[in-house]
Design a binder for this molecule. Structure first.
Ligand SMILES: *Cc1c(COP(=O)(O)O)cnc(C)c1O
Length: 385
């Protein structure tokens, strides 16, 4: 139907997100092959691989040449290990409740932004009789996590000489950019300079780790082989671009198609108010189609001007999005219960893209993808695992 490869066959699912792992793989290869790309690529699979499904996506990314996997939470890293993934994994977020021990035992690289992080990780490592691999984070301007520049020498002094720090192995120094896709690269350059300075300070304490990482998708290769001096970046952390979110306009492709089926179809007279509050009223007799997806499934309630793709046409969503369903105005088009409705895809058939949904909702594609709820079944094309 409509040329989409094998539509939802998942029984009982109200909607299906079909992810083409072949596209994911080519996005990985594409970012890795950008001019001056860092030697190694960490594929970021946090938040269930941006809603695409962490385990199948991780296998595909590694198959395509990703060297590392990156996640925010340690629990995500452990899930990857439990799925049998042995590649290097970096997990960078923790709270005071985080028990680092299972992460250290699972050979997960951890992040340190402060003395408190360092002490807690070192204690966890010595309590299991192991060395923890850590990446020291310097704040170069994002002002999120990371050591403030003024505390950096003190942190390095302790890590390089304190007895309690002997169970730490510094494997990396890293930071994160505020605006990796910026056109002129000016703010990026300032952050890179701050990073290079922090790397030089670390070297003065004898800390010369194997990995230096700063770039995310939109800046892969921007500081590559051209970068002078001490801070030769050799690892990038790419998320968005691998899912086809093209912040930099390089030509990566979306891999997910979200589709559902019409569950009810009816003709209504002019003057029919649709959905809660009745704030959309038909100005003519028209055909309405009901789609079983709502804001609980990640369809933003705030969308304005959104449409879906059905039988080769874009049809507007009318009335408020409910928790579980929404209504489409089909005009005089005759549809049938069970017809495929594509919410978004690659755009190649004329269907909307996740980028358009993001614009209709006043947000970014990341939020559209990660918002998809558990009632949406995930299916994979080109799964070679
Ligand atoms: C999410 C995230 C990334 C990936 O950034 P993209 O813009 O999605 O490529 C990299 N590093 C950190 C710390 C992140 O939180």
């Amino acid at each position: 139907m409509n040329g989409i490869p094998s539509t939802a066959r998942v029984q009982h699912a109200l909607a299906t997100a079909t992810v083409d792992l072949g596209i994911i793989e080519s996005n990985v290869r594409f970012l890795k092959s950008l001019p001056d790309a860092e030697r190694e690529l960490m594929a970021i699979v946090k938040a269930d691989a941006f809603g695409h499904g962490m385990i199948p996506i991780s296998h595909a990314m590694l198959r395509a040449g990703a060297d590392w996997l990156g996640v925010a939470h340690l629990s995500e890293a452990i899930e990857l290990r439990e799925a049998g993934i042995t590649a290097p994994i970096f997990a960078w977020l923790a709270t005071l409740d985080t028990d680092y021990r299972p992460g250290i035992e699972a050979n997960v690289d951890l992040s340190i932004s402060s003395r408190l992080d360092a002490v807690r990780i070192a204690e966890a490592a010595s309590s299991v009789g192991m060395t923890a691999k850590v990446h020291l984070k310097i704040d170069t301007g994002l002002h999120r996590a990371g050591s403030p520049v003024e505390l950096w020498p003190q942190l390095l002094a302790e890590i390089s000489s304190a007895d309690w720090a002997k169970s730490l192995h510094v494997a990396g120094i890293w930071s994160h950019l505020s605006d990796p896709g910026e056109a002129d690269g000016k703010a990026n350059g300032i952050q890179y300079q701050a990073f290079a300075a922090a790397v030089a300070v670390a070297a003065s304490f004898g800390i010369k780790p194997e990995y230096l990482h700063l770039s995310s998708s939109a800046s892969v290769g921007r500081f590559g082989k051209a970068s002078p001096g001490t801070a030769q970046l050799n690892l990038s952390r790419a998320g968005a671009g691998l899912y086809g979110i093209d912040d930099r306009g390089v030509g990566v492709k979306p891999a997910m198609t979200l589709e559902s089926r019409i569950m009810q179809f009816r003709r209504v007279p002019a003057g029919s108010a649709v959905s809660y509050g009745g704030d959309w009223v038909s100005d003519r007799a028209t055909n309405l189609a009901l789609v079983p997806l709502g804001y609980a499934d990640g369809i933003p309630r705030c969308i304005k001007g959104a449409s879906v793709f059905c039988r080769g046409q874009r049809l507007p969503i009318v009335g408020r999005i409910a928790m579980d369903q929404f209504v489409v105005d089909a005009g005089d088009l005759q549809l049938e219960v069970g017809d495929q409705v594509i919410l978004f895809g690659t755009g190649e058939l004329g269907e909307p893209t996740a980028l358009e949904w993001a614009q209709w909702a006043g947000t970014i594609e990341h939020e559209i993808y990660t918002g998809l709820g558990p009632r949406v079944a995930r299916r994979y094309l080109n799964d070679k695992n």
